[in-house]
Design a protein around this ligand. Structure first.
Ligand code: FE
Length: 196
């Protein structure tokens, strides 16, 4: 079957939606709720706040590294695809990067739905085999004396990276710090932004 033979994605989505509702698997309320969460609640800015809190509150960082699911829930970030979150701390000698080779899983409550490049077969296949060249192509040069650790998402486990806190941010508020933490920094394909 050629791709051109398929109905447009909107028509296929509508057909699946009405079939699920007809069979009583889902209700329109549930679908509307999920759409609301995806559009309004699942944002990487949540993870940015988690990272900024970890930078500025050592006790919170300890709890985050011990049980990220519970620590994120302290800030109100919980729910589907956030049932088992593990936080990975970057250090002076180790850089973490996350991937889902099988599909494209992210921790929705703190990173949001995955972006196109994260879902691309190329990223998923290559970052495991050759992380340094892939990171370099994405604009991140990891020094040779810093180890790169690639973490594979599983059906249950969702990761977030706690990037290194940029120098020159002493005394910054949590909100200021959070503004430096991009979605890419939470995935590990970029460092936190330098202070302006
Ligand atoms: Fe996945």
């Amino acid at each position: 079957m050629n791709k051109a033979d398929f109905a447009p994605i909107e028509a296929r989505a509508a057909a699946v939606k009405s079939a699920l509702i007809d069979k009583g698997v889902l209700t329109t309320d549930v679908i509307d709720h999920i759409v609301h969460l995806a559009a309004e609640e699942w944002r990487h800015e949540n993870g940015s706040r988690v990272a900024a809190r970890a930078w500025s509150d050592p006790a919170f960082k300890t709890r985050l590294l011990d049980d990220a699911t519970a620590a994120c829930a302290e800030l109100g970030y919980e729910g589907p695809q956030g049932e088992y979150i593990v936080a990975l701390e970057d250090t002076a000698d180790r850089h973490n990067v996350i991937v889902c080779t099988q599909c494209s899983c992210t921790a929705w409550p703190i990173i949001g739905l995955p972006t196109d490049w994260y879902k691309s077969p190329e990223y998923r296949a290559r970052v495991v085999r050759e992380p340094r060249p892939v990171l370099r192509e994405l604009g991140l040069e990891v020094p040779d004396d810093v180890a790169v650790r690639v973490w594979e998402t599983s059906a249950e486990t969702r990761y977030m990276v706690i990037p290194l806190r940029p120098a020159g941010t002493e005394g910054w508020s949590e909100a200021q710090l959070a503004s430096l933490v991009t979605r890419e920094a939470l995935i590990g394909t970029a460092m936190a932004l330098p202070p302006l």
